[in-house]
Write a protein that binds this ligand. Sequence first.
Ligand code: ZN
Length: 409
Amino acid sequence: MLVPLTIDYSVFYREKYDFGNLYKKIGNLSEKLKILDKSDSHSKGITFCIPSEIFILFKREKFSLLNTNKFIDNLYGCIIFLTKGKLVETDILFYNDDSALKILIDSFNGLMGKNIVLYYRLHDSFKISKKNIMVLSKLGFNNFDSISPITKREGIFLIRKNRNLPWKNRDFNVIWGKLSLYQKLKSSNFCYFYIRISEKSKNILKEMVESGGARIEKNGKISQKEISGCFYIADCKGGPDCKEGKIPTFKFSLNKNQIKYNKDEDAEIAPCKYNFHTHPFSAYINNDTKYAWPSCSDYKAFLISFYNYGTFFHILASLEGIYIISINKDWINSQNLLDNDTVKYIESKYDLIKERNIYTPNKYIKIVNNYSYKGKEAIFKVFFSSYEKREKNEKYKIYFYRKNGQCVI
Ligand SMILES: [Zn+2]
């Protein structure tokens, strides 16, 4: 049986021991641990993967065992790490097989409990193939970033948050899609991806609009609350969109755990990267309106969300269908879309309330998408999709900002 053996990094800085033989096998550890030295972390160390009989031997012989052939010949893998609060950053030095990798990765649960967030840096020599990423996906890595929040090192960091959910194939699809996107857009001038909204989520939104939070007032009038919440990436389809060379399409679903009922006709912005709010049926009656596309305050709220929460797109669910608001390519890297001039411009051009009984939704999005601001394209790209339309291939191109120079979603 293989077991983990974790040793504090200070052991390798002491002059007391000779680790010459061990370093021949895994490289100079004190050098490697220095990479992790910049952070004011809580603890640093190395975890070895060894057979249990060697572990028993270690209890007797202690650190002098590490430099013996008996130890080195029985080494199945090792990982260096540092921790800061519940965050752990790791670098794998080597591992013989997937079972050794699993023992090294899972050793942090034993050390720190279940609620840790693990950042696992892929080696420069790591081959990003479906097969290799599948192994890590099955170990619970379901997200990635191009920078570590602990040491601020750059690289490809796979992220594992412990969830007690069984692994599903779509977990792999999502991480594979995110990595593919990042790699494919490395030399591109702009970050973009394609999105689809799940059919099920559209139906939930429709129900929310029609009857969500409804109550009957004393005067017999029905009032409803605006509802807001978040979407999450549920899948990245392996079909034509995820093939090599193509920019992936991600499927988004509504996060049922983050739904919030707001004041009657005043939705708060949900603090997430993909969010929504509703224009309830009762507001159509109270305002005597046929359609209820985004108001100019909805556009302003989206910009606030864009700057505060890094929001990629916002969905407005109405009786007639969903409107998807995003920022156009020409403006995606702009830092000041909330300056006075632009806000005034938005208030003057996007307040098409009176037209809600004149235009159709398709005419509306044609108008707003044809705007031009300061000689560039319109600030917002708006899509509309009715509930009736059951087109499976309906997808939308969304531009997003570069984070630390990389296209990471
Ligand atoms: Zn609204």
